[in-house]
Design a protein around this ligand. Sequence first.
Ligand code: M6R
Length: 603
Amino acid sequence: VLDGLRHLEYRGYDSAGLAVLDRAGELQVRREVGKLANLSRLVDEAPVEGQIAIGHTRWATHGPPTQFNAHPHVSGGGLLAVVQNGIVENYHALRERLIGEGYVFTSDTDTEVIAHLVHLYYQNGSHGDLVDATRRALGDLRGPSAVVVVCRDHPDKLVAARLGNAGGVAVGYGEGEMLIASDIPALAPHTRRIAYLDDRQMAVLTANGADYFTLDGEPLVKDASRLEWDADAVDRGEFHHFMQKEIFEQGRSLTDTLRGRLDFVGGQVRLDSLNLSAEQVRTLEKITIVACGTSYFAGLVGKFLVERLARLPVEVDYASEFRYRQPIVNPQQLVLAITQSGETVDTLAALEEARRRGARTAAIVNATGSQAARVCDGIIAMQAGPEIGVASTKAFTASVVDLCLFALYMAQARGAVDETARRELLDALVRLPGQVGELLAEARQGDHYARLAARFGEFSNFLYLGRGIHYPIALEGALKLKEISYIHAEGYPAGEMKHGPIALIDGQTPTLVIAPRDSIYEKMVSQVEQVRARGGAVLAVAHAEDAQMRQLADAILPIPVTHELLTPVLSVIPLQILAYEVALHRGADVDQPRNLAKSVTVE
Ligand code: M6R
């Protein structure tokens, strides 16, 4: 269990705990604040042995990160223990009710409510049937929850259930053992066979298998699917951090993203799993992209690609805004989610809202066993491989390439792009993974980025500027810097500088510009001049052989030349490396930045 939790550390947490049914049949609980190493130490000091156990890393929502608030939570004087992902929205009312029933609370958490509710039903109504008691308890909860329950009276069982979008629940089939986890990296070292719980489903695990039911008690048949990831894909290997590994994997991940999707003879793109025929494409009037964070910025690049190539209007919305603003959606619209994890609560809710309003839904998704992959009418699988670093890197570049394929697919169905233009882009796409590989090899050889980090890493504010298709890259570069190095960085469309942000420029605010030689290059040159005139330092992502920019800027982050529409895939990589090196320079915890979780499964 500790090892499984270690593989889930990237999800972000502030305390951890486990409960083991020991050889004497007693539930032993160990909980500790802070990193898993603290819990490991506790377990070393007071070891415990058993055949069945649950564990959890908690990211505080109700109550501060203390030992008492850490999961598992116990009820019935050690009769049963519960771990939970999610939020009990009606927790106050349930807590009052349980206090009225005589329960004494020992934590501030909403999870403890679930432990006592299961216990209440276990004793009254369910007559010692743990599955029934769990089902009834979940029936009282509002809000998304994924729970696992272990009980002293049932030493051969784990009961797990999923209610709403509370993050994944994956059941792993091992050799003479069964496992359950909220994400694949914990299971990958043990098994290739995995089944997933959907909303309102539960699983009852014994050492030899699992039975599945709906939360209404109907039996379900579930087939395990085969995991395609290698077990070593969830290890850091020779790298210091997962983020570093994932940055340097991008040549490979983009090769995988393109594999099998380009038909050179016919010059066509194939996206079979999108489940959208050319005829259906022709009925579409609009595409709405919904996503969060880095995936949202990929969506902004997607808007450029689809509008330019397919001449179809695209709106890009934060999923967290879309879901609550009564969006105008109709059946002639495709709502396309972009999500690495496929479990981001707002993105799932936005998809639900779109479906409710009659739109067709699709997702560009990395975790193909996730909820997003299961609920959509069609998907484009990213093929980036597991992304563990909290700061998303290879999923961004894979999303942008997938969006380019999607735009070409739309364009070919609508007859919107001529043969020569399509060929040019396809040729550039094929060369792209090699160019990414070269860029990365060069960056890895020298100490250019480490020196930049030493020179600029002590500033407190940065401005990132880009224009057109590079504007989303300015936003993404700024997000990378702020989330892992805690430096305030603002991304802005360069043309808006004069409308306000130029007031920020002085010797203490370096500006990073994305300025490849393209149709708006001259405009970026004049932005750089304006920053320099006000005493600001300039770092420029520019073509390696751009002598003019080399002279103008204080430092160059070089990229190779590609098709203008694919430049974002290259220009974002130096920004990922810069953010990584600055975080190292400042001694920040790159893979587990403060306050952040890899998948945001609660609102
Ligand atoms: O798994 P998703 O793509 O849905 O995640 C969306 C965001 O939470 C994610 O991109 C987040 O912004 C990353 N930490 C950015 O590096």
